[in-house]
Design a protein around this ligand. Structure first.
Ligand SMILES: Cc1cc2nc3c(=O)[nH]c(=O)nc-3n(C[C@H](O)[C@H](O)[C@H](O)COP(=O)(O)OP(=O)(O)OC[C@H]3O[C@@H](n4cnc5c(N)ncnc54)[C@H](O)[C@@H]3O)c2cc1C
Length: 494
């Protein structure tokens, strides 16, 4: 008899679980709260412009093992992958520019031209990026132990580059501009003190031609996977919020929707927010100390938490797609002063802006408590405050793109409260690494199953405390592979 699987949440993890379930002759049914699929991997339309919330760089776009998953999911069908020449351009007011070229030889040459006195450090940096390229870190987990074994020779490098932060590494440069610019190399996350290791992983990805951007953006990407799911016979129920998981004798047997209807299945999978699943849908009855401690350890500020979108009647195709603007004097946005601003630029060739026009997305950190409280207490004030953020950002953009003020056709601002509202992600957050710096989550996850609860699985970013669209898709694939093994079925991918 065909086993029925209920999947809570139609983000990338839920959709991936659904596609692989259908391929492997399970009967999958997804309940998604929102009226569209994709979860965080989303975009929205305003006056002919598409505001793309999510994908900066996607692992698995190149000729790498991970690509197989996107092929299985139909994620690139009918679209093309855009590979950028420059990962990020960091520029100051004096006209100094550091381009992080995705061609690492070009990067080395460019950096040496800026700072010949730093040749040795530059060589070390580029060599480190290249040296990680053979390990297939982004594909880790595809073949279970085998792909993890491939990582083993790289462990000394993981330890070395995990200990030094990007900001600390910047101090190695003698050149004043490189010293100031380097902390901004990874999405301008200079205030987050991130280790060098994840940044080097990006360089290694570019080195093998990976980490592109699917034309059309995040929602189109998600919709193609949703289409694959329904084409395979899967049932996708949108605007269907799950309130509770029905448990009988410590076995998950079904779910109750917000409209009160009950749905039963052989297996229940949550691809939704971890906190909501564990503490609301299951009343916190199936947890342990590690899980509890994890959810208590969230930070106030969130990377990418505050975003400003502008649809403008101006062609920006001659500009790099990502810029970190080093400001001449700090500006206060919401609670904190910032000395730089990260922009992503989308011209019409990306498929998100009309011909001759462009979208600018400005991304910075956001404070959940600040926005959430304001929204709850005074919606008008919340809206005014978002408008204030937009106006400050626009003044900065006017200096970089004179005349832009007159060219804005539409704008929008999102905060962590927006993300929480639309995806129910805890505090609008994405997972933060486990105390071991992420190694444990990479190896075995945190809540793929819950203590004492049978018939129940978690997939997605909260199941292994790791962000990433490819990570989300992988967790879905791996769960179905595991179920096939239990059911003595050969796991199929087509
Ligand atoms: C701004 C931003 C930029 C990012 N950029 C990148 C990038 O460039 N590359 C990359 O690889 N990753 C990126 N990420 C990370 C990546 O987007 C996420 O890690 C990934 O999309 C998570 O997918 P998921 O399916 O696990 O979770 P989600 O996307 O959160 O999906 C969960 C789904 O469950 C639904 N849901 C929740 N509760 C319920 C309920 N009670 N009933 C029914 N449905 C429910 C939600 O509506 C949602 O659709 C970015 C994330 C953000 C926020």
């Amino acid at each position: 008899m065909t086993k029925k699987i209920i999947i809570i949440g139609g983000g990338i993890a839920g959709l991936s679980t659904g596609v692989y379930a259908q391929i492997n002759s399970y009967d999958a049914i997804i309940f998604e709260k929102h009226s569209k699929p994709g979860g965080l991997c989303t975009s929205w339309h305003r006056k002919g412009f598409t505001f793309d919330y999510c994908i900066h760089n996607l692992a698995g776009t190149g000729n790498v093992p991970l690509r197989e998953i996107w092929n299985d999911l139909g994620a690139f069908e009918g679209t093309e992958i855009i590979n950028h020449e420059v990962f990020i351009q960091i520029e100051d007011i004096k006209g100094n520019v550091l381009n992080i070229y995705t061609d690492l030889d070009r990067l080395e040459k460019h950096m040496k031209e800026i700072a010949p006195e730093d040749s040795k450090t530059i060589e070390e940096y580029v060599k480190a990026g290249k040296s990680l390229s053979g390990a297939g870190f982004f594909s880790m987990g595809m073949d279970g132990t085998l792909s993890k074994l491939k990582i083993a020779p790289h462990v000394p490098k993981i330890i070395k580059w995990g200990k030094i932060t990007v900001n600390e590494y910047a101090e190695k440069f003698k050149n004043g501009f490189l010293k100031r610019a380097f902390p901004h190399v990874q999405y301008d996350m200079n205030t987050s003190n991130i280790p060098m290791f994840p940044h080097l992983l990006f360089l290694s990805g570019f080195y093998v031609g990976d980490l592109g951007w699917p034309k059309g953006g995040s929602l189109e990407f998600s919709r193609r996977i949703a289409k694959k799911f329904t084409d395979l016979g899967g049932e996708l129920n949108q605007s269907s919020k799950v309130e509770r998981i029905i448990v009988e004798d410590n076995r998950a047997v079904g779910i109750i929707l917000a409209d009160g209807s009950e749905h039963r299945a052989d297996i229940i999978v949550s691809a939704a927010d971890g906190h909501e699943t564990i503490y609301d849908m299951l009343d916190g009855k199936y947890t342990n100390e590690t899980i509890d401690k994890y959810y208590q350890a969230y930070e106030e500020e969130q990377e990418f938490g505050l975003q400003v979108f502008l649809g403008i009647s101006r062609d920006l195709s001659h500009e790099p797609h990502a810029i970190s603007l080093l400001l001449d004097k700090p500006v206060k946005l919401e609670l904190k002063e910032r000395d730089s601003l990260y922009l992503e630029l989308f011209d019409s060739s990306t498929g998100v802006a009309p011909e001759g026009k462009s979208v600018i997305k400005v991304v910075t950190k956001g404070n959940y408590d600040y926005w959430k409280k304001m929204r709850e207490e005074d919606l008008e004030n919340y809206r005014n405050e978002k408008e204030k953020v937009y106006k400050i950002v626009l003044e900065i953009l006017e200096k970089r793109f004179p005349g832009i003020k007159e060219q804005v056709e539409v704008h929008d601002v999102t905060t962590p409260a927006t993300v929480e509202r639309y995806t129910l992600n805890f505090h609008g957050w994405q997972p933060w690494p486990l105390p071991d710096g992420g190694f444990m989550s990479m190896m075995r996850g945190i809540s793929k199953t819950l203590p004492g609860l049978q018939n129940f699985y978690m997939v997605g970013q909260w199941s292994n405390a790791m962000i990433g669209i490819s990570n989300a898709a992988l967790t879905g694939r791996n769960l179905i592979k595991e179920l096939c093994k239990k059911d003595r079925k050969k796991f199929k991918t087509q």
